[in-house]
Each structure stands twice: as C-alpha cells, then as structure tokens.
Design a protein around this ligand. Sequence first.
Ligand code: ZN
Length: 339
Amino acid sequence: MFETSIAGSLPKPAWLAEPNRLWAPWRLEGSGLAEAKRDATVLALKLQEDAGIDIVTDGEQSRQHFVHGFLEFVDGIDFAHQVEIGIRADRYKAMVPQVVSALRLKGRVHAEEARIARAHTRRKLKFTLPGPMTIVDTIADRHYGDRSKMAMAFAALLNQEARALEAEGVDVIQFDEPAFNVYMDALKDWGIAALERAAEGLKCTTAVHICYGYGIKANIDWKASLGREWRQYEAIFPALANSKIGQVSVECIHSHVPIQLLSLLKGKDVLVGAIDVANETVETPEEVARVIAEAANYVPKENIIPCTNCGMAPMRREIAIAKLEALAKGAALARKRIS
Ligand code: ZN
C-alpha cells in the first residue's frame, strides 16, 4: 500500500546541463553528451532508490524538454522555421516548430535510456511521454488543418514508441497531458480518444498526468487567476474514469483543487500529488501523510500512489532530493497510520 512514485523529471546534474532552469542547454556534445546522459540516468535511479521511491523513472535526464524531447525524433516537422504561438489557451507565447508534412518516427526515441534504466534497477520502472493533445498545443500546424487529426497522427507515433518501451521491460507508461486542464471540451471530443490511441494494445500499466504546470511565472500567474476553487478536474475526471487508462496523476498539495473531486476517478489508481514542485520549502513527512489521509477519504487506499505534483526538472537538486525523501517518509507514516 502507498507505493510512491514521481511525476517524471528530476533536475539534471550541473555537468550535464545548466542547472535550475527549463530548456537548459547541454554542457557537452556528441559521444561525451551521450555518455553523460547515460551516467545521469543511472544516478537518477540511485537517488530515487536511496530516497525510498518505489516506482522510479529515468528522471528524463536525456531530454531537454518533455514535449520537444519527443518531437526531435519525428519526421515531418520543420524546426528551422519556428513561429510564435499562444500555448495553453494563450497562457504564454512560445516559439515552436511547424508540422509541414505527414508525420513519421525517425526511429526509436528512448531506446538508450530505457535500456540503461531497465538494466540498473529492479524496482518498477515508469517512462513518460508527452500526450497527443499537449503536443498538438505546443506546435504549429501547416499540414493537417485540424487539431484532432494531427493529434491522432501523433498518437500513432506515441503508440509505436510506447509498445517498444513495453517490450523493453518498462512497467508503467505515462502520458503527460497538462493541456487536459485547459481544453475541457476538446478533451471529450477527441482528447481522450487520442490518448487511448497512444496507449492502444499496451499490456503494461498506463497512466496520464494532468497538472497545473511547473512552478514558472506564467503558470503561477495563471493559477492566481483561477479563483478560490480549481474545478477543472471536475469537468474531466468523469471522462477519464470511463477511459481505458489505468492511473491518473494529479496535483493536490498546496493547490486549490477540492480534494473530494478525486472520488470522480472511480476504478482508477490515483497518483496523489503530495509534493509541491513550485516552492522550495521541503514538506515534512507529516504534511505528506496528511495529504494521503485526505485522499484516502475519497479514493480506496489500495488505489493511492503518493507522488509529486509535477516534474522537478527546473528545481534545485538538493531540494528535489530532500522532497523525494519527505515523500517516502510521509508515505511510510501514512501506511503505519492507515493500514
Ligand atoms: Zn505536470
């Protein structure tokens, strides 16, 4: 009970990439970079194991960004001519590449880090991929002319990579869909269908992560505009509960999400965000245990997986590690109290 996990990313060591920022430039290139990525992956696993995390990830040490880390391996995208678009319903502007022809995978995306990770941990291994709707919201379209069509095209590629990851012994494949919290109608029209297409035929555990974003300024300002209660999950959880996805990863601690909304995820495992990634104060095990206990009022305890609210990529490394330890200790405390 209360096996712990993380949303996905961890900070990178300073010898791999510039610390404390998103889109951090790599410190090396060529074969030196490839070796450094492998070393950082092994280290990320070790740090999670030592902290007491049960379901570990590669820490996303081999990708610069959770969406573009995938797009780099896709043919049909023009990276040379980027255009500015509004992302997540204009929450922020970003320069993005353009889809210019039919999409195709150039080859495997995460083969190297999956192989390294699987060889170096006996714990359950989770791999994250961007969800189709979030990809579509982070790129310009000059080919498909329809967001749902383009999402289905990306979903087919995600499925190809996900099946290969499963064959390599990955236990959980998680799709990151922060866009689900923004386009609640499109989610029902085609977002869930695209997600299910991405997960089609997988026998391993499947998950979707839906958060309110990293602790960057655009997200903090957006959160401040959402009012006293954040009820986005209320609109999307019933559709997710009816989907074929097994687990749902959500933001709980320090958010204004009414915790009782978790009861709408009937039949799913819930990755309960009990660690805040938008602030540097390390939670106490007591605080973590309290979030788990609150969630247990609305989710059967055997379906609760204590987790982080979101990825930790832009955080200070020592703080991220301390937060992982707090997560594991808090889960242990909750286990003792609730079992
Ligand atoms: Zn997130």
